[in-house]
Write a protein that binds this ligand. Structure first.
Ligand SMILES: Cc1ncc(COP(=O)(O)O)c(C=O)c1O
Length: 413
């Protein structure tokens, strides 16, 4: 099944022409393909079948209720980083016993909420956090399960903002500190040491960093497993990269599995994974409409109704999103695709060969299913876009476009 491909000169989302969606729901518009999400989940599940991991979809990538529910229905658990994500996940029907809770700054309120729901475990970033979870668990008369987050000091060779497993990053602790923290945690009341967690970064395109990280923690895990009978899980995080640019090679799943499955199998721990981008990234696009085309002595600018508040990645990380005309057009020329926001950083592409479009034409930014709408804001008082889920020839508006009234809700003058 093809997703976001031309059919008779018009891009279709599964079986639905994107022109129809833009006319019906307006632009800028996020469009998702449910069958792409399903296919990604099942390809990972199949590749890793030998260790049957619990695949916890990383809600931060795309928290839309319909997206989250799609993965839950396939059998996924959830990786969450806030009380808000827990709330969303439960509302979407998640089984709390398949939820893992990460993040360096969990509040008491968030911890108590998660303890009451009896989530699978917290991934814990420091000793003080373990102490806090123990205190909250005592207060509620329950047991909190934890997995310390190890920082294995591996360079994932990705963007510096999404590198999380090197010494200089704020995340996790080195192996020696984790070992000490485990013995402290073992002596704390109402706490159970469930295993170990790591997440070395995002959009990782090679297999080696994952293999290196698993190898680095293997001996340690074996020791912990013998010392603490409750130590049952190794959570290897997310980070599996996808194709954004033409010609870019995404992580080769069989090679990934070949590298990590044998050492994981040998360890004999239950494996947890936390993919976000891999599951959602190429299952979504953002569609915008050209408002103006303007040229000066040095440049041509295509000004769209979509902006950095709708899709931040190009401005934040300098990320590449492939841009195509929704109605196939012959010509192309070098131009910047920009939005209406009052910042020179408000661009989707700079100096790129782009389709020759004019006012009213539709452009589509590919690979916007992860960290797209999730990072949208109302900067410049622009209501956030609508989101539509396509499943074959069915479409459902899964988030209404915000209105000007939404913008001022809760404010007082
Ligand atoms: C702890 C943790 N797990 C999983 C993820 C998901 O990463 P990705 O979308 O690259 O798979 C992230 C992303 O920031 C994370 O911080």
């Amino acid at each position: 099944m093809s997703t976001f491909e031309y059919r008779d000169g018009i891009i279709h989302a599964e079986d639905v022409p994107v022109t129809e969606l833009a006319d019906k729901y307006g632009t800028p518009l996020y469009v998702y393909s449910r069958n792409h999400f399903r296919a990604q989940y099942n390809s990972l599940k199949d590749a890793m079948a030998d260790v049957s991991p619990l695949i916890c979809y990383s809600v931060k990538a795309n928290p839309n209720a319909s997206v989250v529910r799609t993965f839950i229905e396939e059998g996924a658990g959830l990786d969450i980083v806030s009380g808000g994500e827990l709330y969303r996940g439960l509302a979407a029907g998640a089984d709390p016993s398949k939820i893992v809770f990460a993040g360096v700054g969990k509040t008491r309120e968030e911890i108590e909420y998660a303890l009451k729901q009896q989530i699978l475990f917290f991934t814990v970033e420091s000793e003080p956090e373990a102490i806090r979870i123990s205190e909250c668990a005592q207060k509620l008369g329950v047991t909190g399960r934890i997995a310390f987050r190890v920082n294995p000091d591996v360079d994932p060779k990705t963007h510096e903002y999404t590198t999380t497993g090197k010494k200089e990053n704020k995340f996790g602790m080195d192996v020696a500190r984790v070992e000490k923290a485990c013995s402290v945690a073992a002596s704390l009341p109402n706490l159970e040491l469930a295993g170990l967690h790591m997440h070395i970064g995002s959009q990782i395109l090679t297999v080696e960093p994952f293999a290196e990280a698993v190898t680095k923690v293997s001996n340690f895990c074996s020791r912990m497993k013998t010392t603490y009978p409750s130590f049952k899980y190794l959570d290897i995080g997310g980070g599996v990269g996808i194709k954004y640019e033409p010609g870019q090679r995404p992580v080769d799943l069989p090679a990934f599995a070949d590298a990590v499955v044998p050492p994981l199998k040998k360890l004999g721990l239950s494996v947890v994974m936390e993919p976000g981008r891999f599951l959602a990234g190429n299952g979504g696009v953002m569609v915008c409409r050209v408002q103006y085309v303007k040229e000066n002595e040095v440049k041509k600018f295509i000004i769209s109704d979509g902006a950095m508040n709708d899709l931040l990645r190009p401005s934040l990380y300098g990320s590449y999103h492939e841009i195509v005309a929704v109605k196939e057009c012959a010509g192309s020329a070098q131009a910047d695709l920009v939005g209406p926001i009052c910042e020179s950083g408000d661009f989707f592409a700079q100096g790129r060969e782009l389709p020759t479009v004019e006012e009213g034409d539709l452009l589509m930014l590919k690979s916007a299913g992860a960290y797209g709408f999730a990072m949208a804001s109302t900067y410049n008082s622009r209501p956030r876009p609508a989101e539509v889920m396509v499943d074959g020839s069915q479409t459902v508006l899964v988030r209404e476009r915000e209105t000007w009234e939404d913008l001022v809700r809760g404010e007082k003058s």
